[in-house]
Design a protein around this ligand. Structure first.
Ligand SMILES: [Fe+2]
Ligand SMILES: [Fe+2]
Length: 365
């Protein structure tokens, strides 16, 4: 159900639109001229959609759309008109209309166009929300993962370093922004299942007994189970589940081999091993960079995907220095997208004669 404003001076057409919309369950407000319609749109969110005629007394449809967009850029505006005029359509689109319906039209046509416009509005709304939410979510995940690391080893920031190295490899492999984001989350949360492993085992300075090792080795499955309810994180979950698989099939929990192992998990596997060797663990001292290089070469193609070993070495700064973690909360591409949208809104407003959104240069005093 949507709240729709109908602006139409012809009473027969207005009645037809009202009845069509009401029959489909929408809440309708009507106006018989442009000025009356304009006066009903005063606050953002007062309507979901506006369906307007073009030629009306006092103010035309383009004026109404321009006003509606000024008050609430998320209102879906649809023009119905008997004029089949390209210029008019262009004007309406420039003012912010999302659809144009020539008269005469059938009720089904009107409803389909409205439905589509409302869907687009919802998607745009969600995209905007995600642009702001996703960076916060990434930062929160990082905080959570680091908090869990403190239960695990004494090495804080293990997850943060893994995010930096995994992202550098993903970028080196030419992966797109979406895939890189999944890999960052996967790297961040890879050991989240260790919440279920007793601290005494995680901190034990001697080698684990076979029974103890079996308990520790449940952590990829536990981690994947923790994330199972987040539908949109299926790819992240797969990285968590498979980060201890070996390229030759000798790993766990599923004994996957080669490209059966998700790419993100193959990346995290090699950077995880690198970081563990570099920083040491209660049962194993930290190793030198040269020692680690030899180990990685030796395991290349057996424990690790040789392409991922090569990629890690390609992105590694001299002597294995820490890779700077990209600023997760302020990804440049996201900022650029938000900036572009703000620019578009400002330009559209400027085209309508509204200069309030144009930033004035700050002059030095
Ligand atoms: Fe792990
Ligand atoms: Fe780890």
């Amino acid at each position: 159900m949507a709240r729709v404003l109908v602006a139409e001076d012809d009473s027969l057409t207005r009645r037809f639109i009202e009845e069509t919309l009401e029959f489909a369950g929408h809440e309708v407000t009507s106006a018989s001229n442009g000025a009356e319609a304009i006066s009903t749109i005063s606050t953002p969110g007062c309507f979901d959609a506006v369906i307007t005629d073009y030629a009306m007394p006092h103010a035309n449809g383009v004026d109404l759309i321009a006003h509606a967009q000024r008050v609430d850029p998320m209102i879906s505006c649809i023009v119905v008109t008997a004029f089949r005029d390209l210029d008019l359509a262009m004007q309406a689109m420039q003012a912010g209309a999302v659809a144009f319906i020539p008269k005469p039209f059938k009720s089904m046509h009107l409803l389909t166009v409205l439905e589509r416009a409302l869907e687009r509005r919802e998607l745009a709304d969600e995209a905007l929300r995600l642009r702001f939410l996703a960076p916060m979510l990434e930062r929160f995940t990082m905080v959570l993962a680091n908090a869990l690391e403190s239960k695990d080893y004494e090495t804080q920031e293990h997850s943060t370093r893994l995010v930096g190295m995994s992202d550098a490899i993903a970028r080196h492999l030419g992966l797109n922004d979406g895939a890189r984001s999944v890999i960052r989350f996967g790297a961040c949360l890879h050991d989240i299942g260790k919440v279920a492993v007793p601290e005494a085992l995680l901190r034990k300075p001697e080698a684990l007994t076979p029974e103890e090792r079996a308990i520790v080795q449940t952590h990829p499955e536990v981690g994947a189970a923790i994330l199972a309810d987040i539908d949109t994180w299926e790819d992240v979950r797969l990285i968590v589940r498979h980060h201890h698989e070996h390229f030759n099939g000798a790993g766990y929990p599923d004994g996957l081999r080669g490209e059966q192992i998700p790419l993100g998990a193959r990346i995290v596997s090699v950077v995880d091993a690198f970081d563990v060797m570099r920083t040491g663990r209660p049962y194993q001292p930290a190793r030198s960079y040269d020692w680690i290089l030899e180990e990685l070469q030796r395991e290349s193609g057996s424990q690790f995907d040789s392409d991922m070993v090569a990629a890690l070495l390609a992105v590694m700064p001299d002597e294995g220095a820490t890779i700077t973690v990209p600023p997760l909360d302020l990804q440049p591409e996201r900022r650029a997208a938000v900036g572009r949208r703000q620019n578009e809104i400002a330009i559209e407003a400027w085209l309508r004669g509204d200069t309030s959104l144009i930033r004035k240069p700050v002059l030095p005093v």
